[in-house]
Design a protein around this ligand. Structure first.
Ligand SMILES: Nc1ncnc2c1ncn2[C@@H]1O[C@H](COP(=O)(O)OP(=O)(O)OP(=O)(O)O)[C@@H](O)[C@H]1O
Ligand SMILES: [Mg+2]
Length: 621
């Protein structure tokens, strides 16, 4: 007896719908993509009850004549590809001819459409996949699709839907993706009769980001530096170091205009940020990749959310490089700001400045033990001329009046009574102005924008990290001999792996050699590490390195090892530093590749702008 039979068309569509239409947001995605493919300039959306009760999408695209409108509801009917060869290089968002029939088979569906120059349009009503009405209709040129009662005929599917709020948020996210991916198109979203946003067609991505997320976010983004590879154009924005999120929700990635999810790209972005990102945090990206459509396979995921690259390594490398370069360029801008001499108004004489003496006297220690004014100890007032003046009292100690900023001069080395004199030229040369140290941890500095707080511990971590990394890259990490060399055994695959990667391990400062089949001997470890059980440590390194997969990442792993260890060596909070030490610390920090965060991604410095201070003091609203 024959057991196999062909499924009726409606059931086949419902099966297909299971893959294409997961939830209301998928309906929104498919309909908006159709509108974009139809050349729409604006797309207006309306949803009710999380899109479960209604999704309506209205566009001003090319519309369809009656025959096409009917055909669009057939499975495998598409205007976007004609032959298998077209599948090799897809330039449209849709291509399978599946979305409309799938959606129409699991909802109460209504399509009205009119071509631009046609006198009348067409209206088609479909219920659960059955065409019920076909008549003249359609008012404005373009297409309107209404999807009501989603999954009304598939109760099992309906049960999987989340709360209306969650579904609405998914839809909003979907529209954000489309709106960022297509800034030149106007979008509006009405949710349960409330207008959530109306985005006019924008001239640039910058405008669209501002319209959608506000100017504050925009200020914290940096534009991606292109030019990484001629075959892969990368553009868009990423968050400055210090800007990150607890979820992936603002990690937007587009490949040839299509919003996609890609673990390859996410990993590459992370690698690009590397130590500039805190563990468990996600970067903010508006990342656009443009490459030859023939170099990407978009036909790999039922909802077209993923793609496959023909040369994934090239893509990964281009992204990593691009992000690193961008963050480094941003660093130059940041340093520039720091180095800008403070603009002092010529009209402000010391006399005109209010004498804000907190204590009447500040003792000036001799050079050898001269500490910065710690702000829980005596502090001075303001001298807007840029140099401190001093008197010498009878006890032979210098008394600073109005020591608004510390002069960069050195007291004479003979240890004579230090006299701090006005040194306008030196002060003017000074690249940054240190005010003092708060709570033995935060270095207070002044720059053109206002106040900068530097975490001395985090700063020192960053400096040590970059020093060690540099050494690792140039000559390999210095090795410290173990008192007692250790041997350990490994299973054949791990042993084989070590054999092949001995040179990487040696570069990382691990002195390891083969000691018989499956046995190895370690007699040295990186000198900056403090490891109690070398064999255990080696097993961990092998696991990590194996999962890293390639040599570029092995260097990264070495960096990680360094990052973990520098913490132990860095100056701690509460280590009181002297002025020259602090000055050196800040200079060294500014010379780092990524000065604004420690190797664990925590900020090293925080800027509090004059505008913020003015706001806090109620000078400005
Ligand atoms: N808003 C629209 N304006 C004009 N034509 C449309 C619109 N929506 C759909 N069409 C036409 O209907 C066809 C079928 O749409 P459908 O979404 O089912 O398939 P597709 O977009 O070709 O491929 P995919 O299933 O990958 O989305 C499209 O190829 C297009 O010609
Ligand atoms: Mg489509």
């Amino acid at each position: 007896m024959s057991l196999i039979r062909l499924l009726p068309e409606t059931v086949a569509s419902q099966v297909a719908a299971g893959e294409v239409v997961e939830r209301p947001a998928s309906v929104v995605k498919e309909l908006v993509e159709n509108s974009l493919d139809a050349g729409a300039r604006r797309v207006d959306l309306m949803i009710r009850r999380g899109g479960i009760s209604l999704v309506r999408v209205i566009d001003d695209g090319c519309g369809m004549d009656r025959d096409d409108a009917l055909l669009s509801l057939e499975r495998h009917a598409t205007s976007k590809i004609r032959s298998a060869a077209d599948l090799q290089a897809i330039a449209t968002l849709g291509f399978r001819g599946e979305a409309l029939p799938s959606i129409a088979s699991v909802s109460r569906f209504r399509l009205t459409t009119r071509e631009t120059r046609a006198m009348t349009g067409t209206e088609i009503i479909v219920n659960g996949g059955k065409i019920e009405v076909v008549r003249d209709g359609g008012d404005a040129p373009g297409t309107q699709v209404e999807v009501r009662s989603l999954f009304y005929n598939l109760p099992a599917r309906r049960k999987f839907l989340r709360s209306e709020n969650t579904e609405s948020r998914n839809i909003e996210h979907q529209i954000h993706l489309q709106a960022i991916g297509h800034y030149e198109i106007g979008f509006s979203l009405m949710r349960d009769d409330r207008m959530l946003f109306q985005l006019p067609a924008a001239a640039t991505l910058t405008d669209r980001i501002r319209d959608l997320y506000g100017a504050e976010l925009l200020q914290r983004l940096v534009e991606l530096a292109d030019g990484a590879s001629p075959k892969i154009r990368i553009s868009g924005f990423i968050g400055q170091v210090g800007l990150s999120r607890q979820t992936r929700s603002q990690q937007l990635v587009f490949v040839n205009g299509r919003a996609i999810e890609s673990s390859l790209i996410t990993a590459a972005v992370r690698e690009g940020y590397h130590t500039a990102l805190m563990k468990g945090q996600y970067p903010v990206t508006f990342l656009f990749l443009q490459l030859d459509p023939a170099a990407v396979d978009v036909n790999v995921h039922p909802a077209k959310r993923e793609v496959r690259f023909h040369d994934p390594n090239a893509v990964r490398e281009a992204i990593v490089r691009c992000i690193q370069q961008t963050l480094e360029t941003a660093r130059a801008g940041w340093q520039e700001k720091f180095r800008a001499p403070i603009q002092l108004s010529a009209t402000l004489s010391p006399k005109a400045a209010p004498n804000l003496m907190l204590r009447s006297e500040v003792s000036v220690p001799t050079e050898t033990d001269r500490d910065l004014p710690h702000l829980d100890t005596p502090v001075a007032g303001a001298d807007l001329s840029g140099a401190a003046s001093a008197k010498v009292d009878n006890s032979g100690r210098g008394v600073v009046e109005q020591a608004y900023r510390l002069p960069s001069m050195r007291a004479d080395s003979a240890g004579a009574v230090p006299v701090i004199q006005s040194q306008p030229t030196k002060a003017a040369q000074q690249q940054f102005q240190i005010i003092g140290v708060l709570n033995k941890l935060y270095v207070l500095m002044e720059n053109t924008d206002g106040l900068v707080l530097v975490d001395q511990h985090a700063a020192h971590e960053r400096i040590l990290f970059e020093e060690l990394r540099c050494r690792m890259e140039e000559q390999g990490v210095p090795t410290q001999k173990l008192l007692l060399p250790q041997t350990f055994d490994l299973p054949p695959r791990d042993a084989d792996w070590i054999e092949r990667n001995l040179s990487i391990l040696q570069k990382m400062g691990i002195a390891i050699e083969s000691f018989g089949p499956g046995t190895f001997k370690i007699d040295g470890l990186p000198s900056f590490l403090d490891v109690s059980d070398p064999a255990q440590f080696m097993r961990k390194v092998i696991d990590d390195l194996k999962s890293a997969g390639n040599s570029a990442s092995a260097i990264r792993l070495g960096e990680e090892m360094i990052a973990k260890s520098v913490c132990r060596h860095a100056v701690k909070a509460n280590d009181p530093l002297r002025y020259p030490e602090v000055e050196k610390l800040i200079r060294d920090l500014l010379d780092c590749d990524l000065p604004y965060c420690c190797p664990h991604g925590r900020p090293t410095m925080i800027q509090i702008s004059l505008a913020e201070l003015e706001k806090k003091f109620g000078r400005k609203v």
